[in-house]
Write a protein that binds this ligand. Structure first.
Ligand code: NAP
Length: 231
């Protein structure tokens, strides 16, 4: 039975990934800041031991290593999904403030720490896929509207991290996917998003299934359509 570790599993895209993978028979380690309050996540529990909730805070650099002390099974899919976007770093004139560093911590540094903590367990699995939940807003060439300084920079930096990981983990047969989920109607995406979380996640999972033993897909930045996005 394949095993996924998903961060930010308590709501939005992470919750939907957990739901759909449980439906497909996977075992899930669902990592979130406050498992006690994660009622929607707990409601997905099939009651057969396949859903395990774990505490994880992407703001804390040591959180991934601490989690790795508690999770020892091989991990077929490591999904660095947790992310944040703040208003305070959005507009020119007031974007340079400490919240910028929070976005870098959660959106860039935390996924790297997660992969460093769990690479051995991914390498020990059958599928060996790492997915980084990036954003088209991290594409420098696609930026034609400006603003969103902290979020754009943190996702562009995540893309750079993902590319290096794909090279450094290649010898261990690990495929690193850098994904844009589309503009999705979640708390972050807002009500005007172009698709629902179930639509986005089902397309992402199809793409991830295609990545099994496909080193040519590693280190690329994908739209859910399967098209490559420009950096
Ligand atoms: N929705 C879109 O249109 C869209 C587009 C492109 C990329 N994305 C990316 O997709 C990912 C998921 O976004 P979403 O739309 O599902 O957003 P969301 O509904 O706002 O969910 C964000 C998730 O990240 C978690 N998170 C935030 N800060 C965290 C921290 N310090 N430690 C642990 N978890 C933390 C949240 O947990 P709490 O409940 O504890 O806050 C929540 O589970 C993000 O990386 C986002 O950048 C989304």
């Amino acid at each position: 039975m394949p095993h996924a570790l998903i961060t930010g599993a308590n709501r939005g895209l992470g919750l939907e990934h957990t739901r759909q993978l449980l439906e497909r028979g996977w075992t899930i380690t669902a990592a979130c800041r406050n498992p006690d309050a994660a009622d929607d996540l707990k409601a997905l529990d099939p009651g057969d031991g396949r859903l395990v909730l774990e505490t994880y805070d992407a703001m804390e650099l040591g959180s991934a290593a601490a989690l790795a002390q508690r999770v020892s099974a091989p991990i077929d899919l490591l999904f660095a999904n947790a992310g944040m976007m703040t208003r305070e770093t959005r507009s020119f004139g007031s974007a340079a403030n400490e919240r910028f560093m929070e976005e870098m911590r959660v959106n860039t540094l935390a996924p790297l720490a997660l992969v460093e903590a769990f690479a051995d367990q991914v390498a020990a699995s059958e599928m060996k896929v790492i997915a980084l939940q990036s954003s088209r807003m991290g594409s420098i060439s696609d930026n034609d509207s400006g603003g969103a300084y902290g979020y754009r920079a943190s996702k562009a930096a995540l893309n750079a991290v993902g590319k290096s990981l794909s090279i450094d983990l290649k010898d261990r047969d690990i495929v690193v996917l850098i994904l844009h989920p589309g503009w999705v109607r979640t708390d972050m995406g807002g009500p005007n998003g172009l698709m629902t979380a179930p639509e986005s996640v089902s397309a992402q999972l199809d793409l991830i299934a295609r990545a099994f033993k496909q080193p040519a897909m590693s280190g690329r930045f994908f739209h859910i359509s399967g098209e490559d996005l420009a950096w």
